[in-house]
Design a binder for this molecule. Sequence first.
Ligand code: NAP
Length: 279
Amino acid sequence: MKPKIYGVLGYPVKHSFSPAMHNAAFRVLHIDAEYRYFEKKAQELGPFLVSLANEGIFGLNVTVPYKEKVLPFLAKVSHEARMIGAVNTIKVAGRLLEGFNTDGEGFLKHLKADLDFKPQDKTVAIIGAGGAARAIAVYLAKERVKKISLFDIDIAKARLLLEQLKNNLWDTVFYAADSVADLKIPESDLLVNATPIGMKEGDPCLVAQDLLHRDLLVYDLIYNPRETKLLSSAGKKGLKTANGLGMLLYQGALSFEIWTANSAPLEAMRQALTEVVYK
Ligand code: NAP
């Protein structure tokens, strides 16, 4: 029997750390499977998705720029992925494709399992209104956080996102801030950076240190570098901080469980990921 094939679809995609994490999981569970890179140009997307079953491909992660573009090819899409408007996990079920989004749930699992943060009734400030912010906001609102304030450099984009969420998630108050200073960070329990600002050496720190208070958890979705200027600034003030490696781990574990119906071997996956990201 040939090994079952899984992989990550994107363009470009060779920078992805997912193969290390999933191949480690297959190894420790003695599953005869292999996780590969699928780097496809836009014109190859449709033919590739249609050929999955024939090619012995059982599941995919989907990354930039295809998280929204795969939607028309899916026979079924989870309620959460529909709300987020993007899919990061595809399961091949017979000849049909099913779509899920494990980013927001991965973030939530990291918060609860490793950071002892219980979202219900909490106040959250988010910077960024892109795909990751959207996934996070949906899952935080599903957990009934009291309030989400969100700022994006494109204020119209932030307003549009919050209008859409308001219509589906009634237990949370949504507020589109005009600036980082307007995010009400001093009243918040959790601050999330969901922008790419902080990845590059010369990037600024988006939040003034005097806005950070002792009871705030500061979460940066960036995991490379391991400590952004934001996390370093919060750490110096003695605040609890987390980078995005936990989210990456848990979203991968959730995808693994969707594909294989096995419990994900979390520690083996965590170790493989840490080794490959911070080697
Ligand atoms: P995205 O779709 O590009 O969204 C980022 C948003 O932030 C955009 O709306 C962008 O606006 C906005 N922005 C940029 N600079 C800003 C600033 N100075 N102030 C306020 N808003 C600003 O990206 P994404 O896919 O959501 O990802 C966001 C970050 O999360 C990336 O660093 C990504 O690597 C990380 N991420 C991590 C994980 C994980 O598992 N840890 C998963 C997903 C994403 P413009 O478009 O106008 O620039």
